[in-house]
Design a protein. Structure first.
Length: 476
């Protein structure tokens, strides 16, 4: 690798990119191979990157046709080698941080948000956060198209945090990122696993492989890395490290004793707290955040008084006005847990608007419909982010999970129960809100804090929360 690094520095390369449109005189292009059969091959964009000013292209094998050999740097395997080069060019920023990696099917964003705000309140300095909500540290916000950015973006971003005085950061680690080598050369201080459910089988092939990727990431860390895992998972000691366990029988556990009151059991003892939360799974996420902070060396007794001041998590069981909730739930397990928590707090009907993302695990679509129909009073199936797929084809696959015939929109009334299909998400939210009675609750699930809807490869402005606010303002 040293020879590769010397070559890049001789060409005055300061960073790398996987997008040929971002290439430039001091930014080399990395021609990564396709991640899936539908993905693009970076080799096809090598010439475009050179035309954009890139001094050199990194890739596997011989130079593609039309690329001069002296402008091609052979790196194999590219997904393992190039993150090391990106880290070196950025000054190895993870070595200068207390860095936390949070993986799991559900709860990554919530844990990261809660942890970063707890640490900011306790340490009185910015804590970095990277994930589906973008990049955040202090007053800085950056958008991101990735849960876990590619190494070409991740390493310079961490370096920017270090330059701004950030000492601790938390990042969501997706299963894609693990397989594609995005977190290679990242030195984690603590890693945590939230939940294991079903997702991304379109990429991983089967549930066993998907789970093995997640647990393998946890078990592959260095001996100095602390580990936080759910208490119910059979994950024993790894490399002599005793994991911190969260959940019943674990080091951090909860017991609900009131509508918004819980008894928390931690290494600091048992404490009863009124929390700005509404569901047990939210408290599990809080306990995971507390466990990580404990693993980082922060005293639990100093963290507990700060919990009441935590800001709400955008798009995660987020109340919108009176009578509506928006949540990111987009897996069968997350939808089931969400409905189980909302049902006891709903005096009337629970009206759920949901959809299934395109270019994602198709097998979970009917399962999501079955769960929503079994737990909601009125289920409205609509589009999520169809991406490159036909929206109606996605609805066809999801609809297979419903029992019985759909209701007709014109026949809906204040007591209607069943399911309906409406592809236009805006119209689906309007229909749900129009059906809401005084004691009913409208749940809009799947997109959370997202501010766009991706249709046929294009992103259009769309925010479930803003749609609901618009409807509420219309009534005033």
């Amino acid at each position: 690798m040293q020879s590769h690094l010397q070559r890049l520095r001789a060409l005055q390369v300061v960073d790398l990119c996987e997008d040929s449109r971002r290439a430039g005189p001091q930014r080399a292009f990395v021609a990564v191979p396709p991640a899936t059969p539908q993905s693009r091959d970076g080799r096809d964009y090598a010439r475009s990157a050179l035309e954009a000013g890139a001094p050199i292209v990194l890739g596997e094998g011989e130079a593609p046709e039309g690329v001069e050999p002296e402008r091609w740097l052979r790196c194999e395997p590219i997904r393992q080698l190039y993150p090391r080069l990106a880290a070196s060019l950025a000054g190895d920023p993870s070595a200068q941080l207390q860095l936390v990696g949070v993986t799991g099917t559900d709860g990554k964003t919530s844990v990261s948000w809660l942890l970063s705000h707890l640490l900011e309140a306790l340490d009185a300095r910015p804590c970095g956060q990277i994930g589906t909500l973008g990049w955040r540290w202090g007053q800085q916000w950056r958008d991101s198209q990735f849960t876990t950015p590619p190494a070409a973006q991740l390493q310079p971003g961490l370096a920017d945090m270090v330059a701004d005085g950030v000492a601790t950061a938390v990042m969501e680690v997706s299963s894609h990122a693990i397989v594609l080598g995005r977190v290679e050369e990242i030195g984690f201080t603590v890693v945590a696993l939230t939940t294991l459910g079903r997702d991304h089988l379109d990429f991983h092939g089967d549930l066993e492989t998907y789970h093995r990727v997640k647990t393998g990431f946890i078990g592959s860390q260095s001996k100095t890395c602390r580990v936080v895992v759910p208490a119910h998972l059979a994950m024993g000691e790894t490399a002599g490290i005793v994991p911190i366990r969260v959940g019943p029988g674990g080091d951090f556990a909860q017991e609900r004793i009131g509508p918004q009151c819980w008894r928390l059991r931690t290494p600091a003892g048992s404490t009863e707290l009124d929390l700005p939360l509404h569901a047990d799974f939210q408290v599990d996420n809080l306990l995971t955040a507390l466990a990580i902070a404990h693993a980082l060396g922060r005293p639990v007794e100093a963290l507990l008084p700060l919990v009441a001041q935590l800001p709400p998590i955008p798009g995660r069981l987020e109340a919108v006005g009176q009578g509506a909730v928006v949540d990111f739930a987009h897996t069968p397990e997350a939808l089931s847990t969400l409905h189980e928590q909302l049902r006891p707090a709903t005096r009337g009907r629970l009206i759920t608007v949901f959809g299934c993302g395109g270019d994602r695990d198709q097998g979970k679509r009917p399962a999501m419909a079955r769960i929503v129909q079994s737990q909601a009073d009125l289920a409205i199936l609509t589009s999520d982010n169809p991406r490159s797929e036909d929206p109606e084809a996605i609805l066809d696959e999801a609809q297979a999970g419903f029992r019985g015939e759909p209701l007709a929109a014109d026949d809906l009334g204040p007591e209607s129960r069943g399911w309906i299909r409406l592809a236009d998400r805006r119209q689906a939210i309007e229909l749900a809100w129009a059906q809401r009675g005084p004691d009913d609750l409208v749940l809009v699930a799947g997109k959370g804090a997202e501010t766009h809807q991706e249709i046929d490869g294009k992103r259009y402005p769309f925010d479930d929360r803003e749609e609901l606010r618009r409807l509420m303002e219309r009534e005033c």
